[in-house]
Design a protein around this ligand. Structure first.
Ligand code: IVH
Length: 708
């Protein structure tokens, strides 16, 4: 549609003024309504810039429908009412493509290097010497849908055909009419015959909504319904529907990327000489063209596009499986020609697939530090999103049931960006008949203690506590952590061995380890054993905050542990505190208070604490100190960059011991920003907000209780 056509619709009054004459001139009103609806559908679906409330659009639509019902002779093939589908075919007609639908040479490529190889090839074919300017290319997205050829004669959509084998496809016009983004009629300046080639696809949100509807249908017992594996499959299914009414319920979208057959109108031939100009003309005629489509120069331009799209990919509302590079100049395209069925002037570079199919070999249940039982799908190894995936967490029983993943199932696994791999869905058609629904075992798979799920909690937990070797191992890893007791050299593998061999049953056993025992462990040099004993000895001198954190009480993180130490001052006071008393501590709510109380109510936890003290673990016990009595109470500090006098962790610990709050980001409420070498954006932000800046000296003054 040309802009001059749009002017007709800009006058809101028109929509109201015409009905009065409509009774006399239904034909005019029908034409007028079609124009209005075309215009607004284009604004809504293609330009993404609606100009009319949905209800108003619906009203105009119903008016046209009523008019056409009353006067069937007024119905035209380009009427928006023809998009709703209805026709049911016995079979699709074959269509011979007047210009064959080619495919593109496709290379799977992680890096941008493929772009350089393509450019080198093109320059060689064209006989360009290095001193000649870079070749101009159009870089496009490689949409993950299905190729479609749309034929317009005298401006009207007369045929839509699938690619088929490239020579012959299937006629799917009735289904394609339901795609709101596809113009049913072209403006007057369009060629007499025009075939637009492009991709029919389904947006991810439309796909999710469709699958949700399908799930509801299946749940309500509708026969023959199924969910779709991915948007491309759903799109292909919709396009190949013999019942166009069903196709209309499955929202499809379209992007144009090329041309097929064309006969110029009487006014003359095409006005473009480049691929890019042609795409812009298609856009002007109302076809969606992806906004990322770029004209770039030489290999470096292609590389930059490849990298930019790799980053943007996950945020796109639809799937792409790569990028396509095309020589822009149509005369050069002609010179380059074809090899068999592929043009020499184009190449596709695929990204590694983000979704793959594989099978579930087993569902294991893993035991976490606090006893949480996590079902994990063990997968037949599959390469997806650039890595080999063998495991995917199913989170908990509810989630495993919701997805209904079973051993033996074929599943779709997704890994996008750096996100942890997940099972997206099960391919139900491939489920073995004897596959059993997953249920959480009644007992811990490691220690056989009862597995329980508290009300309101999604997770099952092993009730074995530190009797459970899986929990014990993780409790020991946690205990030794740098931010807990800070035992250097006590790694995961060693803990596994020590627990499995029965050398460490409780945390306190760590402090009774003998050199001979340690040296006897796998891959343990004498020197490492000595170092570990030293590290254990050193760890005995600690702070109450670290000690409380190291016990691994559920819901008690580092900050809460420090707060408890500050509030109560002494371990015995913490251990004796009632839930009410615990609630007085900053950041402690009912769940945390309950968790602390029940931890210390267990005899064997109290025994572990005593055994640790007996082994020599100690800290300076203080008086209970209300936070407001501390020298830096109420002061918020942000640390950034590398300090000379101490590490950031040390500075944090010292500041907090004096009652300061050490925050992660700068705001108007920050009192000081301590900036060391190579401080970045936090420094900029502090300057922008006018927050006082301190260096090493200022920090030391602050720690000495002086105003910097
Ligand atoms: S151009 C002569 N451009 O990829 C070149 N194809 O083998 C004809 N595809 O299934 C195709 N995005 O449907 C071209 N921007 C794009 C594309 C694209 C996706 C599909 C196409 C066909 C395959 C090409």
């Amino acid at each position: 549609m040309s802009p001059s056509n749009f002017d007709l619709f800009s006058d809101q009054a028109m929509a109201e003024s015409v009905p009065s004459s409509a009774a006399a001139l239904p034909q005019l009103r029908a034409q007028n309504l079609r124009d209005l609806l075309h215009h607004h559908a284009h604004a809504y679906y293609t330009l993404d810039a609606p100009e009319l409330p949905d209800a108003e659009y619906d009203r105009l639509f119903r008016e046209l429908q009523a008019l056409e019902d009353l006067h069937p002779e007024l119905l035209t093939p380009d009427s928006p009412t023809q998009r709703t589908g209805g026709a049911v075919l016995a079979a699709f007609q074959q269509v011979t493509h007047r210009v064959p639908m080619l495919s593109i040479r496709t290379e799977t490529d992680n890096e941008a290097s493929g772009a350089e190889a393509f450019d080198t090839r093109i320059r060689k074919e064209l006989g360009l010497v290095p001193t000649e300017p870079p070749v101009v290319y159009v870089a496009e997205l490689k949409f993950d849908g299905l190729a479609m050829s749309l034929r317009y004669e005298a401006g009207l959509l007369v045929q839509a055909a699938t690619r088929g084998d490239g020579e012959t496809g299937e006629e799917v016009t009735a289904n394609i009419r339901t795609i709101q983004q596809i113009p049913l009629r072209l403006p007057a300046d369009a060629p007499a015959v025009l075939e637009v080639r492009g991709e029919v696809y389904m947006r991810r949100d439309d796909f999710e909504a469709l699958n949700e509807r399908q799930r509801q249908r299946i749940a309500s017992g509708t026969k023959g319904e199924k969910t779709f594996v991915n948007p491309r499959n759903a799109a292909a299914g919709a396009v190949r529907q013999l019942d166009s009414g069903i196709a209309a319920e499955r929202p499809l979208s379209f992007f144009a990327y090329g041309l097929g057959d064309m006969t110029p109108s009487n006014e003359g031939g095409p006005t473009w000489t480049t691929h890019y100009a042609m795409l812009m003309q298609l856009k002007a005629w109302g076809f969606p063209v992806a906004q990322q489509t770029s004209r770039v120069h030489g290999a470096s331009g292609l590389v930059a596009f490849h990298q930019r799209i790799a980053v943007e990919r996950d945020a796109l509302p639809y799937d792409i499986d790569g990028v396509v590079y095309k020589v822009d100049d149509l005369a050069l395209q002609t010179r380059l020609g074809f090899v068999t069925r592929e043009p020499r002037w184009a190449v596709a570079h695929k990204y590694p697939a983000q979704e793959e199919m594989t099978t579930v070999l087993a569902i294991d249940v893993q035991v976490g530090r606090t006893g949480k039982l996590t079902p994990v799908a063990k997968l037949k190894p599959v390469f997806v999103g650039g890595v080999t995936v063998t495991n995917a967490t199913l989170h908990n029983e509810l989630e495993a049931r919701r997805k209904d993943v079973r051993v033996g199932d074929t599943v779709i696994v997704r890994r996008a960006g750096d996100v942890i791999p997940e099972v997206v869905s099960v391919v139900l058609e491939r489920r073995p008949p004897d596959a059993q629904q997953f249920t959480m075992p009644a007992h811990c798979p490691v220690c056989a203690s009862l597995a329980e799920r508290e009300e309101g909690d999604a997770d099952h937990r092993c009730t074995g506590g530190l009797f459970c070797s899986a929990q014990r191992k993780q409790a020991i890893w946690h205990f030794a952590h740098r931010r807990a007791m800070d035992v250097d050299g006590l790694g995961d593998k060693l803990v596994d061995q020590l627990v499995d061999a029965g050398h460490v049953k409780t945390l306190a056993d760590l402090y009774h380890l003998k050199l001979e025992t340690l040296s006897g462990m796998d891959r343990m040099a004498d020197k490492s054993a000595v170092n570990l004993l030293e590290a254990l000895e050193k760890s005995k001198t600690t702070t109450l905050g670290r000690f409380l954190f190291s016990l691994g009480i559920r819901h008690v993180g580092e900050a809460t542990a420090k707060e408890l130490a500050r509030h109560f001052g002494q371990l015995d006071a913490v251990m004796a505190a009632s839930e009410d008393a615990l609630l007085q501590v900053a950041d402690v709510g009912p769940v945390v208070a309950h968790s602390i109380r029940s931890f210390f109510d267990q005899v064997h936890h109290r025994e572990v604490v005593q055994a640790l003290r007996d082994a020599g673990v100690s800290w300076a016990e203080g008086e209970a100190l209300a936070p407001t009595e501390m020298p830096l109470a109420g002061i918020t500090v942000v640390l950034t960059g590398t300090l000379q006098s101490m590490s950031r962790d040390e500075a944090k610990e010292k500041l907090e011991a004096l009652g300061a709050k050490v925050a992660g980001s700068v705001s108007k409420k920050t009192h000081y920003v301590v900036a060391g070498a190579e401080a970045g954006s936090k420094l900029d932000k502090a300057q922008a907000l006018g927050v006082p800046l301190l260096g090493d000296e200022g920090l030391l003054l602050l720690l000495a209780g002086q105003k910097p």
